[in-house]
Design a protein around this ligand. Structure first.
Ligand code: FNR
Length: 356
């Protein structure tokens, strides 16, 4: 049996296979509210046979949105739209998951196809917050450094978002601590120059993430898994390293995190990233081997045999698919055929299953 199509159980939740749709911003919301685009987008991937779909980076606070077009979960009014997606995913055997996010200094930008530039308050943007008043790019207005009350507000925003996510029916929660967003900004010495208990040593830089984990865990029933996405390296001298990631993974494991989703980069605009097929998989492998924590592999995984090899060689527990699932929402159904595994197709599509 191909590993890719073996079930994966964590706590009380079972994925029917190891294919996870990676969180991908659609930049198509208004005031954080989801709409028909989001339902059709996630619904297509559920129909396509994924075991779990992680909904895009969903902002825990309005000022934590990357763009004005991000999804949000800072208010009860976001719940009906989220519930609609959850119910559709569940009805097609896809576990509904959500990524909870705060963009910190990378907030308040235009969506990619609107230019991607920083938006000032006069252009529909807002002031951003971060561990230190250091801009991401030289031409950008720097963020305001959070004071301790502000840090507490961030933790409480993640806590309230988790409570809402559980109320909406999500069964896997992922904390976004990667790609140069707020929690990553705290972790990395390149973006965190704080002189207080949240900066300086490794323990201090990891403090906010661990407080967020603790706050979220208190809002989650014990049968639901909690995942964290990190950037396993900043790819830059003096930045966050793979060794830091292993150390962090041990702490996360002790504190109720069930899987580390291993991405990289995003905190240094000019970092030289050696992009190529499966280039981030070694980080998932290292964390899994050194800590025993389950890992997710992501990044330029585009073929069934490649995904199968990663799992069969014990480098990760699940495969996260990003762009390949945008090219082919039916990747899981196609991969099953390629790997010779019998999987159910949606009843409505059964007549297309055989090519004869
Ligand atoms: C992304 N990515 C991303 N990552 C994340 O953690 N949260 C997010 O909301 C998004 N948004 C997003 C939107 C779009 C359109 C793309 C293409 C990517 C990164 C994504 O989840 C994944 O990690 C990378 O795309 C690498 O995997 P692939 O695409 O090579 O399979």
């Amino acid at each position: 049996m191909a590993q890719l199509f073996t079930p994966f159980t964590q706590r009380g939740i079972t994925l029917k296979n190891r294919i996870v749709i990676s969180p991908m911003c659609q930049y198509s919301a208004q005031d954080g509210l989801s709409n028909d685009w989001h339902l059709v987008h996630v619904g297509s991937r559920a129909v396509g046979g994924a075991g779990l779909l992680l909904l895009e980076a969903t902002a825990v606070a309005p000022e934590g949105r990357i763009t004005p077009d991000d999804l949000g979960i800072w208010h009860e009014e976001h719940l009906p739209g989220l519930r609609r997606m959850v119910e559709f995913l569940k009805s097609h055997g896809c576990v509904p998951g959500i990524q909870l996010a705060h963009a910190g200094r990378k907030a308040s930008h235009a969506s990619p196809w609107k230019g991607g530039h920083q938006l000032g308050p006069d252009a529909g943007g807002w002031s951003t917050v971060a561990p230190s008043a250091l801009a991401f790019a030289p031409n950008e207005t720097p963020p305001l450094a959070l004071d301790e009350a502000g840090i507490l507000r961030v933790t409480e925003a993640f806590r309230a978002a988790a409570r809402r996510a559980v109320a909406a029916g999500f069964e896997v929660l992922e904390i976004h601590a990667a790609h140069g967003y707020l929690l990553h900004q705290f972790l990395s010495p390149l973006s965190n120059h704080r002189p207080d208990a949240y900066g300086g040593s490794f323990e201090n830089r990891a403090r906010l993430l661990l407080e967020v984990v603790a706050a979220i865990r208190t809002e989650m029933p014990l049968h639901l898994p909690l995942w964290v996405r990190v950037s396993a390296t900043d790819w830059t001298e003096g930045g966050w390293t793979a060794e830091d990631t292993v150390r962090l993974a041990l702490l996360l494991k002790e504190n109720g995190v069930d899987l580390l989703d291993c991405s990289t980069g995003g905190n240094v605009a000019t970092a030289p990233i050696p992009v190529g097929p499966g280039y981030q998989v070694p980080f998932a492998e290292q964390v899994r081997r050194c800590t025993g924590l389950a890992t997710g592999a992501v990044g330029l995984i585009t073929a069934a045999q490649q995904a199968e090899h990663i799992l069969a060689t014990g480098q990760a527990d699940v495969i996260l698919l990003g762009r390949e699932s945008l090219r082919d929402p039916y990747f899981p159904l196609h991969a099953a055929r390629e790997l010779g595994v019998e999987v159910a197709w949606p009843d409505q599509y059964t007549r297309a299953k055989s090519r004869l």
